[in-house]
Design a protein. Structure first.
Length: 103
C-alpha cells in the first residue's frame, strides 16, 4: 500500500472552503478510481492561517499513476481547490506502508 501526502494553506477566516471542496469534489472523484483505498483530511491552526494535510491511500504505485499520471510526484490541484487555498505544495510525498494497525 502507498500513502500519498500533500500540504496546503488557507486563511483562518475561510476554514470550511477547502473542506467543502474536498468533501464534494475530491472524495467522489477519488472513490471512482481503481486502486483507491481511502483518504484523510487533516487541519491544524498555524501562525499565519490554517494548514491542511491530505493523505490518500492506494493499492500500489501503479494506482497512484492512474490518478496522477506518469509524473506522479506532481500535485493534482483542481481550480476549486486553488480558489479555496492561499498556497499549496506543487509536489507530493509517497510512503510505502510497511506496518499497519487497524483498518
Amino acid at each position: 500500500m502507498i500513502v500519498r501526502t500533500w500540504r496546503a494553506r488557507a486563511a483562518k477566516d475561510r476554514p470550511e472552503d477547502y473542506q467543502r471542496h474536498f468533501d464534494t469534489v475530491v472524495v467522489p472523484h477519488l472513490e471512482s478510481l481503481a486502486g483507491f483505498c481511502g483518504a484523510l483530511l487533516l487541519r491544524r491552526e498555524v501562525a499565519d492561517g490554517l494548514e491542511y494535510l491530505v493523505a490518500t491511500r492506494w493499492e500500489s504505485l501503479d494506482a497512484v499513476k492512474g490518478f496522477a499520471g506518469e509524473d506522479y510526484t506532481r500535485a493534482v490541484v483542481e481550480p476549486g481547490a486553488i480558489a479555496a487555498l492561499e498556497s499549496f505544495d506543487d509536489t507530493v510525498i509517497h510512503y510505502e506502508v510497511i506496518s499497519r494497525l487497524g483498518t
